[in-house]
Every structure is written in structure tokens, then in C-alpha cells.
Design a protein around this ligand. Structure first.
Ligand SMILES: O=C(O)CCC(=O)C(=O)O
Ligand SMILES: [Fe+2]
Length: 295
């Protein structure tokens, strides 16, 4: 990864777990259990296990105010799934963690070497439920093609886990050429704003974010196209996101709990993100050595 003006990397984060999501359960006349949210969002939902709300197709989750394609699903995983993922992350063997100056990260199945992944399976706790659920959502209602239909391996093969204490973010960067330009980020633990930056005509970074996307715990954010290739993204090193409103947050109408930010602030807490991507180049070295055959 490279940092400004043109860059690549893994992530950041923080936010407040006090923004609890409230749902009431209702029996649908059909088969499934529906979540009826008490907050002010409106995306039509399909249903599955408790606390999850999956749109019928990604168009229902599209962040309409952005110039390029992005989707936001607030209740992508349940509180129990969130706890289970956080437990797996925190109990991973110590050598799995790479400690940076202010945050730490894990890469699964491994680090890239010269932008290449050594072929190895992801552990089940990272594929199920996140990848299975992601693959089950069609992009459009009229056919069943999913988001990874054009990606080299037809699904994510790499997960970067970043843990951001409050006050810590990630510099504006681009994710670079190693990945297919579809990025799926599951947020755990707390909320924060992802900033989207543009370069100015002279190529320098405009330090003022062009857009902000608020990511709540248990949400899935998908960014693609120009958001991947043209814009930069980053997270500010702050303890509180401020000036949050319908006009300053691109995905305000899709939030689970916009009411909880109605004073315009989000106090950061530890946020962990899981970034799922398809690494374009994969080497079979691992298979040849029989390294990963028995997972
Ligand atoms: O943690 C995040 O949401 C951002 C991660 C990121 O930018 C990256 O992994 O490249
Ligand atoms: Fe990134």
C-alpha cells in the first residue's frame, strides 16, 4: 500500500457502542421473521436470522448521494455474530497481529508478497456468515448475479482486520493494483466516519473530504468503481466525529440509528473492521508445498 498522494493499505477506526440498535420482532405472514426498526430508515428487507436485515438486491442499499457505486447495509450481521467475530479476532494467536505505531492488524490467510497472495483457504469463521451472505445478495432484482461475478476468483480471497482505538484513523490512500476494485468492509464494535477524498487538478490531495460515510457496528459497506480507482479514502485521527447530519453524511438515510447521532456527534470507541477483497494474483506455491491442504 502507498499513502498520499497515491497509496494503498489497510484500515482504521473507532466509535461508540452506546448506539444500540433497537428492533421489534414481527411474524411475517410468509415464512420468515421480520425486523421492524424503530429508527427512520426505509430500505425494503428480506429476512433471515434475528437482528439481520438483508436487502433483496444491492440496489436497495445503494448510497445514492455518491458519484460512484457504493452500498451500505446497516444490519448485515447480528449482535451474536459480531460478538463471535470479535472473539475470534481477539483470541487469534499473537503472531497473527502486526503492530503498527497506533493500530494493529491481521491479514488472512496471509500478507501479500509483491502484490501476490499465496493460495490458501480462509478460515471458516471468516467465510461464514460474511462471504456466504455477501454472495447471496444479487446486485439487481432481475437476475441472480452477485457482486463478484466479474472478479477473478468470483469471491473474496483475502481479509484484512484492522483495530482502531479511539483517536486513531488511517491516512488517505488508494487500495492499489493488487485487488479487484470491489471492497467489502464489515464494521465491529463501534461507529466512525470513512472520509472520501479527491485529488485537485494539480494532483495534490484536497484535504477537505468530498464525502463522508458513517459506518455503524455490524454494517457492511461496499465501495467499487471510481471510489476505488479515482478517489482516496481515509479515517481521521479524532476522538469524536462531528457535524453529522443528513447533509454531511452520504449514507444518512440508510443508517440503522441515525437518531442516535442527531446531536451531530459520534464519540469514537474501539472499532474493528474486516476488509474483504479479491487479490488478483494468486500463487500456487502453498499448494505445491502441501502447506495448507489440511485446514
Ligand atoms: O477500516 C476501514 O474501514 C478502512 C480499511 C482500508 O482502508 C483498507 O483496508 O485499505
Ligand atoms: Fe483502504
Amino acid at each position: 500500500m502507498t499513502f498520499p498522494p497515491s497509496s494503498t493499505d489497510p484500515s482504521t477506526s473507532a466509535a461508540s457502542s452506546s448506539h444500540q440498535h433497537q428492533t421489534t420482532q414481527q411474524q411475517h405472514p410468509g415464512l420468515e421473521t421480520l425486523d421492524t426498526k424503530t429508527s427512520d430508515e426505509s430500505t425494503p428487507k428480506q429476512h433471515s436470522p434475528q437482528g439481520i436485515s438483508i436487502p433483496k438486491c444491492l440496489q436497495d442499499a445503494k448510497i445514492a448521494t455518491l458519484p460512484s457505486t457504493a452500498y451500505y447495509i446497516p444490519n448485515f450481521i447480528s449482535p451474536e455474530e459480531e460478538d463471535a467475530l470479535l472473539h475470534k479476532v481477539s483470541t487469534a494467536p499473537k503472531p497473527r497481529w502486526k503492530q503498527l505505531t497506533h493500530r494493529r492488524l491481521q491479514t488472512w490467510p496471509s500478507d501479500l508478497v509483491n502484490n501476490k497472495l499465496i493460495d490458501a483457504p480462509l478460515p471458516t469463521w471468516l467465510t461464514d456468515p460474511v462471504i456466504t451472505r455477501l454472495m447471496s445478495i444479487p446486485v439487481y432484482s432481475y437476475d441472480d448475479k452477485n457482486l463478484f461475478v466479474e472478479s477473478p476468483h468470483k469471491q473474496p480471497n483475502h481479509v484484512l482486520i484492522n483495530e482502531y482505538p479511539s483517536g486513531i484513523g488511517i491516512m488517505p490512500h488508494k487500495d492499489g493494483a493488487a485487488y479487484h476494485p470491489v471492497v467489502c468492509t464489515v464494521s465491529l464494535g463501534a461507529s466512525l466516519c470513512l472520509n472520501i477524498y479527491q485529488s485537485k487538478e494539480d494532483g495534490a490531495l484536497d484535504p477537505q473530504p468530498a464525502f463522508r460515510i458513517l459506518q455503524e457496528p455490524r454494517s457492511l459497506l461496499i465501495t467499487t468503481d471510481d471510489l476505488y480507482t479515482e478517489f482516496l479514502h481515509g479515517i481521521a485521527d479524532i476522538y469524536e466525529d462531528t457535524n453529522l447530519s443528513e447533509t454531511t453524511v452520504a449514507n444518512w438515510n440508510l443508517l440503522r440509528s441515525s437518531w442516535s447521532f442527531k446531536d451531530g456527534t459520534n464519540r469514537r470507541d474501539i472499532r474493528t473492521s474486516l476488509t474483504y477483497r479479491d487479490v488478483i494474483k494468486v500463487s500456487n506455491l502453498g499448494n505445491k508445498l502441501g502447506m495448507f491442504s489440511k485446514r
